[in-house]
Each structure stands twice: as structure tokens, then as C-alpha cells.
Design a protein around this ligand. Structure first.
Ligand SMILES: O=c1[nH]c(=O)c2[nH]c(=O)[nH]c2[nH]1
Length: 299
């Protein structure tokens, strides 16, 4: 008797790239997304008995995403669009118990031409993406979990960052500094508190995204940073205090090092207040992470 069993499974389509152009006369909007869908449910037989009879082809899932994009007025609000996709799979196939939907949205910023916003031309100003991960589950009722965030928001400031007072031992060589370049590529995700699925249409996902992004930028630039850790916590605290709709926020912040180049060897001063020539180090970087939540979490 074999003691091997299928512990868990999910499958779906990854990397579904989709563009929607929304036209109001000559004024066009563009939305570019990448979507991933994974389904969980009664698919065990496909793995253990080579029985495909309940398998929804991943090609069908891909077609479904394009069809829903055509019909939906929510493609720009990626959280709402992901919920629509998840609900479709749950309601169409009774053997699907859970749909996981990830959506990334790319930056297409409207061009400014002759001082005016152009009606149909856009530019990619940065690799930052806006992302969501939605899980729609069939329980007693349908339950929706939503996590949203941003990724690869690259920022740098040339002062207003220190790092001193850290533990020193025989392995420590890093000098203390009261003024350094601080740079990081911001990766933030937050969880929405959704007591009832009917409330989803009332959550202002776009405004919350925009405001949290602005809190992150404001805090990064204005905080007199004692460390990446302290600045991270401040960003998270301000976001949670402003939006009761979110129950926790997670950050991953690489500390992208910029070291003063040693020009003393050439008789040039490049230390302390005279530092102006740096060399950026691509690897290794520090990596500072944290999840900040409420003590009275409703989740
Ligand atoms: O903000 C920082 N946090 C650290 O934990 C750390 N460690 C280090 O070498 N430099 C820094 N900077």
C-alpha cells in the first residue's frame, strides 16, 4: 500500500497580458494588465487518475479573462475586476471552491504636449506596478479576501538619513553616519477588511491606493530617518491610522547602498561634509521587512 497522497493542488493561467482602450470621443484611456488565475476545487482525479472530465482548460480561463475585460466597466479598478473574475469561476463551475486572482497594472502616464495633456499619447514613467491578489472562496456564503499594493517604486534622497548607535562587535566595520544617501525600491502590500462582500463596491480602492502611495513618498522624503526600519514603521503607522478599511500592511525595503568613493588615495577630500562622489552597489543590499497591524484587528 502506498502512503503517498495528493496533499493540495491548484492550477490556472499565468501571464495573461491584456490591454483595454477606453474611448470617450477623442479622449482615450489605456489600461495594461497582467493577470494570473489559479483555481482550487474537485480536480484531484486529473492528477491521480488522469481523468480530465472536470478540468476547465487553462485556455478557457484565458478566454474568460478577455471576455470579462470586454464586458466589465471595472478593468481600471483592478480589485473590482479581480473580484468579478473570481466570482465568475466560482458561480460557473460548482466544483471550483476557490479562485485566486492576481493582477498587476503597469504605468501609462498621459503625455504633456505643448503644456496640455494629450488625448491619446502615454509614456511609461517607471517600472512601478500596482498589484492586487484576490481570493474568492465558496463557503457558506462567498467570501472575498483582497490584498493590494505597489511594487518597484524606486526612490532616493540625498540627505535626511542617518545610521548610528547600532551594535558594534569584532565583526563590525561599518562607520556610523549622520548623513547618507537613502535609496530603496518600495514593495508594499496591504489587506482590506471586508466584513461583507456587498461592501466591496463601496471601497474606494483607487483613492486608497493613491493616498497610501503619497503617504509613503511624503514619509520617505520628510522623515529624518534613523534607519530604514524606523522610516518603514512610520509609513505603515500613518497608512493604517488613515485608513480603517485596511487591517495590516507589509513592506519589503531593500537598502540600496551608495558608498562614498575613496578619493583620499588621490589627494581629494571625499569624506564627511565633502562627500559628493558615490558608487552605487547593486548587490548585496540590506533588506528590511515588516508587517504592521492593529492590536484590535478585525481579521
Ligand atoms: O537603515 C539601516 N538599517 C540597518 O539595519 C542597516 N545595516 C547596515 O549595515 N546599514 C543599515 N541601515
Amino acid at each position: 500500500m502506498s502512503d503517498v497522497f495528493l496533499k493540495e493542488q491548484s492550477y490556472g493561467k499565468d501571464g495573461v497580458r491584456l490591454v483595454k482602450v477606453i474611448r470617450t470621443d477623442n479622449w482615450h484611456e489605456i489600461v495594461e494588465l497582467t493577470v494570473r488565475v489559479l483555481l482550487e476545487g474537485n480536480f484531484n482525479a486529473a492528477y491521480t487518475k488522469a481523468d480530465n472530465s472536470l478540468v476547465v482548460a487553462t485556455d478557457t480561463m484565458k478566454n474568460t479573462i478577455y471576455i470579462l475585460a470586454k464586458q466589465s466597466s471595472n478593468v481600471q479598478r483592478i480589485e473590482a475586476f479581480a473580484v468579478e473574475i473570481g466570482q465568475h469561476f466560482i458561480s460557473t463551475y460548482s466544483h471550483v471552491s476557490k479562485a485566486h486572482i492576481w493582477i498587476s497594472k503597469y504605468k501609462w502616464t498621459r503625455m504633456l504636449v505643448n503644456g496640455k495633456l494629450h488625448d491619446h499619447s502615454f509614456l511609461r514613467d517607471g517600472e512601478e506596478t500596482r498589484n492586487t491578489k484576490v481570493i474568492v472562496s465558496r463557503k457558506k456564503d462567498v467570501v472575498v479576501e483582497i490584498e493590494s499594493g505597489l511594487k518597484d517604486l524606486l526612490v532616493l534622497k540625498t540627505t535626511g538619513s542617518a545610521f548610528y548607535g547600532f551594535l558594534r562587535d569584532k565583526y563590525t566595520t561599518l562607520p556610523e553616519t549622520d548623513d547618507r544617501i537613502l535609496s530603496t525600491s518600495i514593495d508594499a502590500t496591504w489587506n482590506y477588511y471586508i466584513p461583507n462582500i456587498s461592501l466591496i463596491s463601496q471601497i474606494p480602492f483607487d483613492d486608497i491606493f493613491g493616498s497610501i502611495r503619497q503617504i509613503i513618498l511624503d514619509t520617505f522624503s520628510t522623515d529624518n530617518s534613523a534607519s530604514v526600519q524606523a522610516t518603514l514603521y512610520l509609513m505603515a503607522k500613518l497608512a493604517l491610522e488613515k485608513f480603517q478599511q485596511i487591517s495590516s500592511i507589509h513592506f519589503e525595503l531593500p537598502n540600496k547602498h551608495y558608498f562614498a568613493y575613496d578619493l583620499n588615495r588621490f589627494g581629494l577630500k571625499n569624506t564627511g561634509k565633502d562627500t559628493d562622489i558615490y558608487y552605487p552597489i547593486s548587490d548585496p543590499s540590506g533588506l528590511i521587512t515588516a508587517t504592521v497591524a492593529r492590536t484590535k484587528s478585525k481579521l
